[in-house]
Design a protein around this ligand. Structure first.
Ligand SMILES: Cc1cc2nc3c(=O)[nH]c(=O)nc-3n(C[C@H](O)[C@H](O)[C@H](O)COP(=O)(O)OP(=O)(O)OC[C@H]3O[C@@H](n4cnc5c(N)ncnc54)[C@H](O)[C@@H]3O)c2cc1C
Length: 315
């Protein structure tokens, strides 16, 4: 049954876009942690997405845009608002010979393989990043010496505060290491355009496969995780190296543990809570601070409520 509080939203549209109340969000994240969202909506078109955000904003309802949930810790207490999951928005177009346009929910591994198959180079780095185009723009996702900022030409952005939809260029977005100017609490990435370069499909596919194979060799497989936990403090001092040297691979809190394969990966051994994970992150930070006097800052985003002491870990 629909929550009566949401009855002003057209039921016909809500059904068309996949709607659920008291929806468990853990299943839509790679860490598999988190309580229920009051409401989950999964729009099937850009127009539905834009209309939904406008409608929620008008009613001052809290909302959160979820992509692949691959860079996110959801509170075990859940989220008292609407989660808008974009993964039905997967359209990819090729409006010019060297240009790819992808909707917010298109998955990076799929987009990278699609580009390689067309003889378009530039997205080889992204094949092992299990996020969506929207999340990748927000995070300036990167690997293997490249990142989204290197290929992004423009992005179509909904500003929920003003209701405007604008095409912003790469320079408008002010990309930095794992971030850009956009605030995901206000800006929704609707789609993005990537300027590619032409090459031999077989060579691009081979580079893409190499990057994919590298992932399988160097990252934990089999346990839920959310990729790198902390940002690298500097290009020559990776968080993984500092954590490894400080002995963090031994750390464990309840059902959350630091991976024995990669010290910057936290794994969910099964049924871990957001508090266990946050306590583990605090111990990882303390361990590196004690040995190197370096403060590690989490790369992940959070959703839902966290206690004041938990929030210190994320600041
Ligand atoms: C095994 C593994 C390996 C990884 N390797 C890498 C790596 O090599 N490099 C790297 O950079 N990252 C890596 N990651 C992290 C993650 O995949 C990236 O940060 C990815 O870009 C996140 O995208 P997402 O769609 O999953 O975002 P989510 O986790 O769903 O969300 C992350 C943030 O983006 C916001 N967001 C999502 N979609 C939109 C949208 N359409 N509009 C506005 N805001 C939006 C959310 O609100 C949230 O604030 C890895 C993760 C895993 C699990």
């Amino acid at each position: 049954m629909l929550d009566p509080k949401f009855s002003t939203f057209s039921t016909k549209k809500a059904k068309a876009m996949d709607e659920a109340v008291n929806a468990p969000i853990a299943r839509y994240t790679t860490l598999k942690i988190g309580g229920d969202a009051k409401r989950l909506c999964q729009p099937h078109s850009k127009d539905e997405l834009i209309e939904l955000v406008g409608d929620l904003n008008k009613r001052s309802e809290p909302w959160f845009v979820l992509g692949g949930g691959s860079n996110l810790l959801v509170s075990s207490q859940g989220f008292a608002g609407t989660v808008i999951r974009t993964t039905n928005l997967i359209e990819i177009n090729n409006p010019e010979p060297d240009l790819l346009e992808a909707a917010a929910g298109a998955r990076l591994p799929h987009l990278a393989k699609y580009a390689a198959g067309m003889g378009l180079s530039g997205l080889e780095f992204a094949v092992g990043i299990p996020g969506t185009v929207g999340g990748a723009v927000i995070m300036n996702a990167g690997a293997h010496g490249s990142c989204i900022a290197n290929i992004l030409e423009s992005a179509c952005i909904l500003d929920a505060q003003t209701g405007s939809i604008e095409t912003l260029s790469k320079s408008d977005l002010e990309f930095q290491y794992r971030r850009c100017r956009l605030d995901p609490a206000r800006h929704v990435v609707v789609s993005a355009r990537f300027r590619m370069s032409r090459g031999e499909a077989a060579e691009i596919e081979s580079r893409t496969r190499e990057n994919e194979d590298y992932r399988w060799r160097t990252q934990p497989i089999g346990f839920p995780n959310a990729g790198s936990t902390f940002k690298n403090p500097s290009p020559d001092k990776t968080a993984g190296y500092l954590l490894d040297q400080a002995g963090a691979k031994e750390l464990k809190e309840g059902n959350a543990a630091v991976s024995a394969i990669h010290a910057n990966f936290v794994i969910n051994l099964g049924g871990a809570s957001s508090t266990e994970v946050t306590n583990l992150l605090k111990r990882m930070q303390d361990t590196v601070m004690a040995k190197f006097e370096v403060r590690l800052h989490p790369e992940w985003k959070t959703l839902g409520s966290f206690s004041e002491s938990e929030k210190e870990v994320w600041s």
